[in-house]
Design a protein around this ligand. Sequence first.
Ligand code: ACO
Length: 376
Amino acid sequence: MTAEVIHGLEGVPIAESGISFVDGKAGRLEYRGISIEDLAEHSTFEETAYLLLFGKLPTREEVDPFQDDLRTHRRLKYRILDLIKCLPETGHPMDALQAGIAAIGMFYPLRQKMDDVDRGLACIRLISKTPSVVAAFERLRKGDQQVSPRDDLTLAGNFLYMMTGKDPDPLKQRILDLCLILHADHTMNASTFAGRVVGSTLATPYSVTSSALGALSGPLHGGANEDVMALLDSIGSPQRAGAVIEEMIANKTKVPGFGHRVYKTMDPRAKILKKYAQQLSETSGTHHFETALVVEKVVQEHYQEKGIWPNVDFFSGIVYTELNIPRDCFTPVFAIARMAGWLAHWLEQVERNRIFRPTQKYVGPHDQPYIPIEKR
Ligand code: ACO
C-alpha cells in the first residue's frame, strides 16, 4: 500500500484520548471536559494534575494524600545534585532537566512489569522532583548552594522558594500556580506525541518524560517564549514596535509567539495570560507589555485573516519575567506543568498499548551496484 505522506502529521489522529480537548475555531480548551477558564479561576495545579492523571476532580479525602505525596518526594538524592553540579553552567536548563530526569530514572529502574502502584508512584516522583531539578541547576550554575525543599508550600510556592531561598510572594505564587494549570496539557502536540511513542515501547516513565523534554526544548514548541522576550527587548519600546514588525512581515520572518497548528483564533491560554501580564506590568514599569500590545495589533492587521493569532507563548514570557524567572528557565517552567499531562498520556497509552510503528514512502534508488572503495 502506498499512502500519501502527511507532513507534520497534520490532521492525523494517532490515539483515542480522553485527557484534553481543543476546539481551534472556537478557541476552547478543556481538561477532562472542564474548561481551562474554570480551572484557572477555581483550581490549583495539584488538583489539576490529579484531574489529568486520574480522570476526575479529587474529593477532599483524595486530594490531601495526593498533595502529601507530592510534598514528600521533592528532595533530590545527593548523587543527582552531584550530577547537576557537574553539568556546564553555560548549558541550557532544558538540557540539564532532561539529563536530570533521565538520571533520576536510574534510581527507580522499573524495568520489570509495572503495576498501578509503581505507575502512580513514578508520576508523583516525576511531578515532585521536576521543579527541584530546575531550581537546583539554576542555583548551582550561579555558584549558589541549592535550597532544600519545604513541605509547607504548594508546588508553585516551593519552586519559587527553591529558586531564590526567600519566602514566595503570595500573588506571584498564585500566578505561577495559574501558569502551571494553563500549561499542564494540550492534546496531541509534538512533545506529548514523542512521549507516547516512547511509552508505546514500554520504556520507563523517566525515559518517556525525558524524551518529551527533548521535544519541548525546540523553538517551534516550548522555546518560543524566550524568542518573544528577545524580540520585545530588541524592539525596546512601544514606539519602535510597528516599524520592526512591519519589516519582519515584509521579510516573511515568522513572529515568535504567533500562529498555531490548531488554534485559528486567539489561544484561550493567551487570553488569560494577557490579563496577568498586564496586571504584573502595571507595577513593574517595564515596556514589555505595552510593546507586546503594538506587536499584537500589527501582526493581527496583516495575518488575522490567515488565522494567525497570539499563542500561549506570546504573553507567558512577560508573566515569567515579572515573576523574576530567568529567561532560559521559561521552558523548564512549562515542563514542570506539562509533566502532569505527559504522564496522563503515558498512563493512557500503556492502558491500551500498541507499539507505534508507522511507515514511510521510500524515495531512494534500488538495485545499485556495490562499487569497491578504490573505484568510487
Ligand atoms: N508569523 C508569521 N507567519 C506565520 C507565523 C508567525 N508566527 N506562524 C505561521 N505563519 C505563516 C507561515 O509562514 C505559513 O504561511 P504560508 O502559508 O504563506 O507559507 C502559514 O502561516 C502556516 O504556517 P506553518 O509554519 O506551516 O504552520 P504550522 O502549523 O506548521 O506551525 C507553528 C505552527 C510552528 C506554531 C508556527 O505558527 C510557528 O512557527 N510560530 C512561531 C513559533 C511559536 O510561536 N511557537 C510556539 C507554538 S505554541 C507551543 O508550542 C506551546
